[in-house]
Design a protein around this ligand. Sequence first.
Ligand code: ATP
Length: 647
Amino acid sequence: KPNSPKYHPINDAIWKHQDKVPYNALATTFEEIENISARLKIIEILSNYFRSVIVLTPNDLLPSVYLCLNKLAPAYEGLELGIADMSLMKAIAQSTGRTLAQVRSDNHEIGDLGLVAEKSKTNQRMLMKPARLSVRGVFEKLKDIAKMSGQASQAKKVEKIQSMFVACQGSEARFLIRSLAGKLRIGLAEQSVLQALALACTMTPPNQEYPPKVLNVSKSLSADSFKSEYDNCSLLLKTAYCECPNYEKIIPVILTEGVAKLPEHCKLTPGVPLKPMLAHPTKGVQEVLHRFDGLKFTCEWKYDGERAQIHIDGDNVHIFSRNQENNTTKYPDVISRLNRCKVDDVKSCILDCEAVAWDKENKQILPFQILSTRKRKDAKEADIKVQVCIFMFDLLYLNGEPLVKRPFLDRRKLLKSFFKEIEGEWAFAKSMDTTTMEEVQEYLEESVKGNCEGLMVKTLETDATYEIAKRSHNWLKLKKDYLEGVGDTLDVVVIGGYIGKGRRTGTYGGFLLACYDKDNEEYQSICKIGTGFSDDNLQTHTEFLKKHIISSPKKYYRYDSSLEPDHWFDAVQVWEIKCADLSLSPVHRASLGIVDPEKGISLRFPRFVRVRDDKSVEEATTSQQIAYMYSNQEQVKNSNQNNKVDQ
Ligand code: ATP
């Protein structure tokens, strides 16, 4: 049960019923959240703010949620903030009477343009006080700004930013500027926002008349009953969000009909990308057979391309990425030949596929690097040089019916009866149903000869549903390269750089990398890296990262002072790396407290593989995954076994 019994969403709110929520109410909430690191406390504080909004001004719940997430619309609408620092500095300077040089020098010193903005405002005297900002107003203006494009829009953007900035008071300036930069970074991840929303809806049910009869459900329930209500509410919300990641659909349902009605209204819909199912890494055939002992499973080739979720709804076709971005205009060629791969009976569907670069002459798969040379948006079919073949591996929705709860065996049957293969354009993922070690091993080798990364091994009948948004044990990945290593590559965030010496003078020579801890919303150092880079790589990384230098580490970075880099970077880029193995470390902080109370985990012999542009920093490998990979190593398992025997 939350422990703030005194909080009352009506009496304690700083605005009245039906008033627009003042931006100050949200800024104060952000300020509190920024000052604490305990996740449960953060959820409670935010839920109290949401409760006030739900009771007093429900129409402001949607803009509030978006501002908390620093988003403006669902990912697939591609409406993003991220105004360049220079434009923001200009707006700050012009509206406070300071010079650009002063603002820039403060920014260099403080390393947080939000704080610079707040400081600049305190020096400013106002003759006339402009009207206070509202949550709704700020959100609408941010949207307007994000929609402006073209050369001439720069001045208009600065003007619009100024019009809000002059009205800021106190910490409002800090959060407004950070939101505009697209870096709110107060340690509030999407999962916490969803959790806070669930807690608010459990405490104060949203679909009530005003004044509401029930302001605090927890008063009338035992701790156990309250917890089960909260868990249920959280599950409903998270499921709705996974199937239909669009707050514009979810929030109105919550407000008018209540959370219980979410499954009816916010479910799988062609046109709305869902969060994909992901796989668990394994280190060898033995582990696969051990995990799937007694279960029927299939081995599919694991193609090295780009995930493509193809949605068809009548004449509307969309292709979405792994992260729900709209890739439709990247693949006009795929869309124009769509009719050839499906039978006429298909009216609506969602296909899960991998788009892979294809060599037409030699009729073979090309490496991922070739695919990445394709234009990302607004491609013209006539200009396309790299042909793709779409490898279909799952069918999630067909003619009005979601299939995700059905076993894979059924989904695969439907996929194969409603869709057709066309050489070099459409193919089913190559697969083999087997249970013998030798056959899996042979098939793995065959897949690598066929230019694939290895196998995806999937359950067919039991435990074989499509688990939306989950890294599921029903799918195991078996990658050839890493069989003797740790089973998988890792995707980690670059947080610091060490200036290069000798041949590497003028660029960084090494970097400090971190994994992401989802529970505490922090980046924990995992290793230093200096290998795997070409000279060109180093040049490109240096140029990119120099734009993201910050003067001091973020409060959500965990590291030992002995690792202090020459430059700290904002957490903006994910790198895929390989390593020989994982070991306990007295200096690195990854997974600290999970497998050892005092030691973290670090990577031995890390090598750079590539930049993961398709992953955001919150999608980096988590400390929980790192702990799992560490404990899953043969020598660690053996030594745990021995310890047990010793005891
Ligand atoms: P993760 O977060 O799991 O590291 P990732 O993007 O790095 O994700 P991998 O774990 O390497 O990807 O593998 C899963 C990806 O493999 C899927 O997202 C999909 O794009 C791709 N893939 C290729 N072939 C298949 C297949 N037959 N079945 C499922 N996924 C496949």
